[in-house]
Design a protein around this ligand. Structure first.
Ligand SMILES: NC(=O)c1ccc[n+]([C@@H]2O[C@H](COP(=O)([O-])OP(=O)(O)OC[C@H]3O[C@@H](n4cnc5c(N)ncnc54)[C@H](O)[C@@H]3O)[C@@H](O)[C@H]2O)c1
Length: 360
């Protein structure tokens, strides 16, 4: 794995800047990856994770920062894509000193990169990092933060699902449809609420007994099934993966009975080629990074001074963007995942090009 040329010759070669940060005293070892600033400062969270080695940390940050550029572009944000990783076990090494040292490296980029929460980092951590840099989002409400980002993530997923319903059945509603949710966590719970309000019937599963208990007491009308396998082979119109990545793989796609897949989980396609398998089976897949962008829209709004209604309006546009992608996919004869990438690349190129107009 190199920074200028990766082993597969793709991802790494496209990055603008990759910054290695080290503070021996606190044990900080971080990598900040900036894939693109064509649309504005790069925004993406900080993952704090005990990678097996430096190569794994670098591969992850390169991959994630590229993904953020595409996600932010299609979310309509004036933000580029970046991401950071801190290498180490957060339970062992996360201290005020380490986080503040990291904050100083973020500050040194003078706004080319804005950070936020990701796996292993939480809202209180952002408040600590913010003592050293202003380029932080995902802060606590007391500091003007956006709060729980799963609220607008779920709202955006619901909008994407409405667009898929319109594309498939002619009306932008899930009323009368049966939707299967795998994972009743932060996103899945809010999504269930929107669907029930819209008149859908919901069937769901979760491995966590507390989540099941929540469903039993809050929405007794939800049908609860034992596991994801039972869920996807049951008579559902829409499948909403809201747990972990890799939900769509060589085993699940052939077994799926749903006509549409729209969910909050990241990295739903287990490997490239799965999008074609979905298409061959006549299943409409709305790309995960398009429909789950409500969370980044919510935290990005902090940069302007957080306003929930404005952020919600922006997340509602996921309906229009998803519809545009599905139409583009149909017109160009490609899976929606390919159409989404093309649309993101087009926006980065077209808007990024405007910088060539000289302003005195
Ligand atoms: N929270 C956000 O704002 C946000 C934004 C974008 C993407 N996402 C993605 O959405 C997904 C859900 O995020 P979340 O914040 O709701 O996480 P969460 O941890 O609150 O919820 C995940 C739920 O999935 C359940 N689960 C785990 N394995 C399962 C399995 N095998 N079968 C059924 N259920 C299982 C867990 O018990 C949990 O209740 C993740 O992939 C996350 O990366 C979240």
């Amino acid at each position: 794995m190199g920074v200028f040329v990766s082993s597969d010759g793709t991802d790494a070669a496209g990055h603008e800047q990759v910054v290695f940060c080290q503070d021996r005293h606190t044990g900080l070892k971080a990598i900040i990856g900036i894939y693109s600033t064509a649309l504005g400062p790069a925004l993406g969270g900080t993952r704090f994770y005990p990678y097996e080695n430096e190569e794994a940390a670098l591969a992850d940050v390169l991959n994630l920062s590229r993904g953020m550029a595409y996600k932010n572009a299609l979310a309509g944000l004036d933000l580029g894509g970046g991401k950071a990783v801190i290498w180490g076990d957060p339970n062992q090494i996360k201290t005020e000193g380490l986080l503040r040292a990291y904050g100083r490296f973020v500050e040194s980029l003078r706004g080319r990169y804005y950070t936020a929460c990701d796996v292993g980092t939480y809202v209180p951590d952002m408040d600590v990092i913010a003592r050293e840099t202003s380029y932080v989002t995902g802060r606590s409400l007391e500091y003007g933060g956006a709060g729980d980002s799963s609220i607008l993530t779920a709202w955006g997923v619901f909008q994407g699902m409405r667009a898929a319903a319109e594309h498939t059945w002619g009306t932008p509603t899930l009323a009368g449809r049966r939707v299967g949710i795998a994972g009743l966590g932060k996103v899945g719970k809010y999504l269930a609420g929107h669907l029930i309000e819209d008149g859908a019937s919901v069937v769901a599963t979760d491995v966590n007994e507390a989540a099941i208990e929540w469903a039993r007491t809050t929405y007794p009308q939800i049908d609860l099934v034992a596991d994801t396998q039972t869920l996807i082979t049951s008579d559902i119109d829409v499948y909403a993966p809201c747990a972990l990545g890799g939900a769509l793989n060589d085993d699940t796609v052939p077994a799926l009975r749903a006509k549409i897949v729209t969910g909050g989980a990241n990295n739903q396609l287990a490997h490239s080629g799965i999008e074609k398998l979905l298409e061959e089976r006549g299943i409409l897949y709305t790309p995960d990074y398009v429909v789950n962008a409500g969370g980044v829209i919510q935290v990005a709004d902090e940069i302007e001074g957080f306003n929930f209604e404005r952020a919600k309006l922006r997340a509602t546009r996921i309906f229009a963007t998803t519809g545009e992608i599905l139409r583009l996919a149909e017109n160009e004869g490609v899976p929606p995942a390919v159409a989404a990438d093309r649309l993101a690349e087009r926006r980065m190129a077209e808007v990024g090009r405007l910088r060539s107009i000289f302003l005195s």
